[in-house]
Design a protein around this ligand. Structure first.
Ligand code: ZN
Length: 153
């Protein structure tokens, strides 16, 4: 188990514009506010999205499932940490399509999205360092024991 306690954090609240690249915009926000570790949540709607999931047999992510057209973003959930020295987003999304007599929900590991509207919050943990490295047990890049940042005096 890898576990950290954080006693220092901020809340960054924002709205993305129509046409924004979700991942690029959130990474830019993380860099602007010097977010090194935190959790992200949001809601709104996407005009396109690519979802996948991990295939344990192949040890890799499945080919993306691409959604075109407006879908409601029921839930964006994810985190920010560091991988190979750069901020890295791990995002999951639930999206819906409602038509007369049918409601379909799509979900998965989010690879990309074009924003129609998105209100989001990033809750930071400014006193921990979350670093992703290869995990031999899963084949994934997961948080490793890298230490808690020292408090500034
Ligand atoms: Zn994932």
């Amino acid at each position: 188990m890898v576990v950290f306690e954080s006693n220092k954090g901020r809340r960054i609240i924002g709205r993305l514009e129509r046409g924004d690249n979700l991942l690029e915009s959130l990474l830019t926000t993380c860099e602007k506010f010097d977010v090194k570790a935190g959790f992200i949540r949001g809601l709104g709607a996407f005009e396109t999205a690519e979802l996948t999931e991990y295939d344990i047999e192949k040890g890799d992510y499945r080919p993306p499932f691409r959604l075109e057209g407006l879908h409601e973003l029921l839930m964006l959930n994810g985190n920010v940490s560091f991988k190979e020295g750069r901020p890295f987003l791990h995002l999951h999304a639930l999206l819906s399509s409602v038509k007369p007599g049918a409601c379909t929900v799509y979900g998965g590991h989010l690879l990309s999205a074009t924003v129609f509207a998105c209100e989001f919050e990033i809750v930071t943990s400014d006193d921990v360092e979350l670093v992703r490295k290869a995990d031999t047990a899963t084949g994934l890049s997961l948080w490793q024991e890298s230490g808690k940042l020292k408090a500034k005096s």
